[in-house]
Ligand binder design. Structure first.
Ligand SMILES: Nc1ncnc2c1ncn2[C@@H]1O[C@H](COP(=O)(O)OP(=O)(O)OP(=O)(O)O)[C@@H](O)[C@H]1O
Length: 281
């Protein structure tokens, strides 16, 4: 299916030397987004505050989803998967989406992450209308401001933990001089300072997922989206992952939105949205 395919493409990013150079069109779009940022920074300056302080002072949520619908074309009637979803995700919190298989959690996460667009409704992230942006603009936002974690750990199998994390810095365009310090810091944060040279097949499932977390936060995203990040792990490893999430909220100021089936980890959430058949109850 399309949405799973997109996640797969996202998680299997090739090294940048294999990627085409970004063209003039992308540069223009980048400039447009920077202009947006400039406007935000201006209003922050008007309030004589740094952007982060401005966000905190205004109490604006990092993410807000308003009356979102998503239908998919089908032979016969379209499939109406999301039926008017409204939610907010405050800064530095962990929000969980819970619900049965097929209730629409992944569909919603994909809309929030800009991998897909709503049929109706609005999604605002970090002051930007994700629902109005084109594919390239959403890609830039995703690359620079979001991190993704999937159920299957999505690491490059031939690269070490270190190289996997470094790859995400390359992809985000982080200056080369910052790579070493940042990779070390992120792997230390997830407690893998002694495993930096190991490749995925030499690590346990929990360790691989911690590398995936280090990789997802290396470029300092504001929002971390995680789709069933503990589904492949036993309860002890799941608890470790949730501890890591709590740590990175404190130390990196990241905000987390994740899906789960697992009732035991729900207590870690600041807020839980229960989804049934495309709506929240
Ligand atoms: N591109 C698509 N085309 C048609 N139907 C789709 C598409 N994407 C999702 N759906 C349908 O939407 C419904 C919700 O799927 P979704 O993957 O969002 O559920 P979920 O709650 O994440 O389930 P799970 O917990 O099993 O991952 C399913 O019935 C699915 O078949």
């Amino acid at each position: 299916m399309i949405w799973k395919k997109k996640q797969k493409e996202l998680s299997a990013q090739p090294p940048p030397e294999l990627l085409p150079e970004s063209g003039a069109e992308a540069d223009v779009q980048e400039a447009e987004i920077s202009a947006n940022d400039a406007a935000k920074l201006e209003s922050a300056a008007a309030a004589e505050l740094a952007p982060e302080a401005f966000e905190e002072a205004t109490g604006e949520p990092l993410l807000s989803v308003s009356s979102v619908h998503r239908s998919f074309p089908a032979s016969g009637a379209p499939i109406h998967v999301l039926k008017g979803i409204t939610m907010t995700v405050p800064q530095r919190q962990i929000v969980m989406l819970r619900g049965r298989s097929g209730s629409g959690k992944t569909t919603l996460l994909n809309l929030i992450g800009g991998l897909d667009t709503p049929s109706k409704g609005e999604i605002w992230f970090d002051g930007m209308p994700i629902h109005k942006l084109n594919d390239d603009q959403r890609t830039i936002i995703r690359r620079e401001r979001m991190g993704f974690i999937f159920q299957a750990f999505a690491l490059m199998p031939l690269l070490s933990a270190w190289e996997n994390v470094e790859l995400s810095l390359r992809m985000a365009g982080t200056p080369r001089g910052e790579w070493k310090g940042r990779v070390e810091h992120c792997l230390e944060l997830v407690g893998l300072e002694r495993r930096m040279k190991h490749r995925p097949f030499e690590m346990s499932g929990g360790e691989q997922q911690r590398v995936a977390i280090a990789k997802a936060i290396a470029h300092r995203p504001k929002l971390l989206l995680a789709d069933e990040p503990t589904a492949e792990l036993d309860s002890q490893m799941s608890a470790q992952i949730m501890n890591v999430f709590r740590t990175i909220i404190k130390t990196e100021g990241v905000t987390i939105c994740m899906t789960t089936h697992d009732p035991t980890i729900l207590e870690v959430a600041d807020h839980v949205y229960e989804m049934v058949d495309g709506t929240f109850i």
